[in-house]
Design a protein around this ligand. Structure first.
Ligand code: C2E
Ligand code: MG
Ligand code: MG
Length: 669
């Protein structure tokens, strides 16, 4: 009798006895059936059977398992069970318990064991003593199942839960866990930890233009470059989107962190070759260091985020370490945001209007509505300061709607049918509801659509897609005019002008200011007006401040002028009063623009708070100069002494500082 048959017949008998059946033909039928069931179970599941003799030597083992255990060539039958398996798990008690059961001939269940030869295998076995009809102990019978696959699956699930599937880097959960752990060790190991927050510049544009697949490929290459930069200095992770993080644990000083940040920025800024296209992106990094910038993970992450924000604000491709004042700034920004939330209902906003004058007739053809916020304690706050906060916090929607409705209503009551221009933020521009809101504001105020002009900045073209074009077309259908604002400050592609249904281009003040003394700017203005003319668009020169500039702008071909020279933004009552008297515009203010600055580069010395340091003079005018290359910590309002001409010291006041440059006004000028 084969081993299996012998074993199974014993089993069959046991089962039959249990059911109280009589012996006979049905016995062999039972055996066959039992054998069939056993085979099918062994073939189809991860379960298997085993049996030992009285001495504990294996007399049966499912073939599949026996083959697995026999890999070393030694047959497993006749071996002691405990020679093949060892109980896994840390407790020694478990091993003793198995041995105990075998010895004491008592049942045991679901013991986790490993093969002694293959420690990666995990099985469970159960067994009970086999007692025959004569109450004799015949050995053990039992079953087992293979847990290895399940365990591998568990491990894989765990790994997936900690890995970013696209790049294979650590994911947010793993980064957080590892930061937590590092910080816990901080006190024991006395080893600082630095957190780098990374953000890819221009990634969104690549994703939008080349498609998500290319975006994914790009992220994968970014991940590889990052890992090779960081190496064994820390752990690299991707938090989602184009947000990456590095926990740097292996460094000696801040200088080393700085070098690493520079290396990362430079590596990620190298061109990428994706789907036949050369792609360029950049990277900004915010850095916080534990324990100096926080000794708990939340603070550290927040401070690295604030530094990243700062790095981006400084222009792309920069890294920035956390400084306490970043937190203060963020807090005051937060307070401002809270105040902004309440400003609308408290009626703290009002609109100022600045005249737009035709160069041909010198008549006011319209006004640009500019929002003003009279803050209860801080006074008048510039829209340049609060519009970005409103945009980030989505408050721009209700505020923008209020501007539109108020401007339409006030313009409708002006004594002359001149136009009103309203600025539309890119955030509002992305709302599908914008055209309906515009139509509604027109209908409610009774203002004819052609009197309303919407000013849109070039940044709406950053996400160049069909949606932008559709929105422009839909707005145009409401009958309003469209103006491209701040032209020249962004991407300045003349292609937009051809494609989009604009009626007007507003040339940014940075080109207009000082155009009288700058050939390049005059050339640019001339070129833009020439193209606008051929496309049938109007042009407005913004920021015209002096009377000599009016003539210049006229000669360059601009159809309209807006600037302090024809009036600063004024309250609605003043508009009504001005228009009652007629539409003729009178230039006010300075006759000529400020004196020519002469560019030069000369080394000099300055004295600040009693300390002397070197500096370079970049340009001079009769009233002041611009300097750079100094080490002193200059602040606006500081007194300095500067050597203007070899050996001649002159007192001056710092008027402004920016990016390592400072504007000085000579004393008495
Ligand atoms: P903008 O639309 O380009 O508006 C022109 C800005 O230039 C206004 O600044 C105006 O006061 C200023 N300006 C006009 N002429 C001169 C000049 O001759 N010299 C100088 N130095 N400046 C001149 P303002 O009112 O501070 O507004 C700044 C920006 O804030 C605006 O630039 C616009 O982008 C935004 N803004 C203003 N009101 C609104 C609004 O209601 N909604 C939205 N979304 N943005 C607004
Ligand atoms: Mg504007
Ligand atoms: Mg503008």
């Amino acid at each position: 009798m084969s081993l299996t048959a012998r074993f199974v017949s014993g089993f069959g008998r046991a089962a039959r006895d249990g059911l109280g059946e009589s012996e006979g033909d049905s016995a062999s039928l039972d055996s066959e059936l039992a054998l069939l069931l056993l085979r099918s179970h062994e073939a189809q599941s991860s379960g298997w059977f085993w049996a030992t003799d009285r001495a504990g030597r294996l007399i049966y083992l499912t073939e599949r398992v026996s083959r697995e255990l026999q890999r070393r060539g030694e047959p497993v039958l006749d071996k002691m069970l405990s020679d093949l398996f060892e109980v896994s798990g840390e407790s020694e008690g478990a091993e003793r318990t198995l041995a105990f059961h075998l010895h004491a001939r008592t049942s045991f269940q679901n013991f986790e064991v490993r093969s002694r030869d293959d420690r990666d295998s995990v099985w469970t076995i159960s067994g009970r003593p086999h007692i025959d009809e004569l109450d004799q102990f015949r050995g053990f019978v039992g079953y087992g199942s293979d847990l290895s696959a399940e365990r591998r699956l568990d491990a894989e699930t765990k790994r997936l839960a900690l890995t970013d599937p696209l790049t294979g880097l650590a994911n947010r959960a793993r980064m957080r866990a590892s930061l937590d752990q590092m910080i816990l060790q901080l006190e024991r190991m006395h080893r600082p930890v630095a957190l780098f927050m990374l953000d890819l510049d221009r990634f969104k544009a690549v994703n939008d233009t080349l498609g998500h697949q290319s975006g994914d490929t790009l992220l994968t290459v970014v991940a590889q470059r990052l890992e090779s930069c960081v190496g064994d200095k820390g752990l690299v992770g991707r938090l989602g989107g184009d947000e990456f993080q590095v926990i740097v644990s292996n460094y000696r000083n801040a200088g080393e962190l700085e070098q690493l940040a520079d290396r990362i920025i430079s590596a990620l800024s190298q061109p990428y070759f994706i789907k036949g296209a050369n792609v360029l992106i950049g990277c900004s990094i915010g850095i916080s260091v534990a324990p100096d910038h926080g000794s708990d993970p939340e603070t550290l992450i927040r401070n690295a985020d604030l530094s990243l924000y700062e790095a981006k604000a400084q222009g792309r491709g920069k890294h920035s370490f956390f400084r306490e004042e970043l937190l203060t700034q963020a807090q005051s920004r937060k307070t401002l945001e809270d105040d902004l939330r309440r400003a609308l209902e408290r009626g703290e906003f009002w609109l100022a209007y600045q005249p737009v004058v035709s160069t041909a007739t010198s008549e006011i053809v319209g006004y640009e509505a500019l929002i003003r916020w009279s803050h209860p304690t801080l006074g008048l706050i510039s829209p340049a300061d609060f519009i970005p906060i409103a945009e980030d916090s989505r408050l721009i929607d209700p505020i923008g709607e209020w501007v539109l409705r108020t401007a339409c209503a006030q313009a409708a009551s002006w004594p002359r049918p001149v136009r009103v221009a309203v600025n539309v933020s890119t955030v509002q521009f992305a709302r599908a509801s914008l055209p309906a809101m515009v139509a509604n504001a027109l209908a409610q105020s009774g203002l004819p659509a052609e009197r309303l002009e919407l000013e849109i900045t070039e940044s709406v073209f950053l996400n160049e897609d069909s949606q932008t074009e559709r929105m422009l077309a839909t707005l145009k259908k409401t009958g309003v005019r469209l103006a491209l604002d701040d032209f020249g400050t962004g991407y300045s592609s003349l292609a937009y002008l051809k494609k989009a249904p604009f009626d007007k281009v507003k040339i940014d003040q940075s080109f207009v200011k000082g155009a009288a003394h700058d050939k390049r700017n005059t050339a640019i203005i001339r070129a833009v007006t020439a193209i606008a003319d051929t496309l049938g668009l109007e042009t407005t020169a913004e920021g015209v401040e002096t009377q000599d500039e009016i003539e210049l702008i006229r000669s360059l071909g601009c159809s309209h002028i807006q600037g302090y020279v024809f009036g600063k933004p004024m309250p609605n009552e003043d508009v009504t009063a001005a228009l009652t008297g007629g539409a003729a515009a009178k230039p006010v203010g300075l006759k000529t623009s400020r004196p020519t600055r002469q560019k030069l580069l000369r080394s000099t010395r300055i004295q600040h708070h009693g300390a002397k340091s070197g500096a370079r003079i970049r340009d001079v005018s009769p009233t002041g100069m611009m300097i750079d290359g100094y080490t002193a910590k200059l602040r606006p309002g500081d007194d300095v002494v500067i050597e203007t001409v070899e050996g001649r010291l002159t007192a001056a006041i710092v008027v402004w500082t920016s990016d390592g440059r400072a504007g000085l006004q000579l004393a008495g000028k």
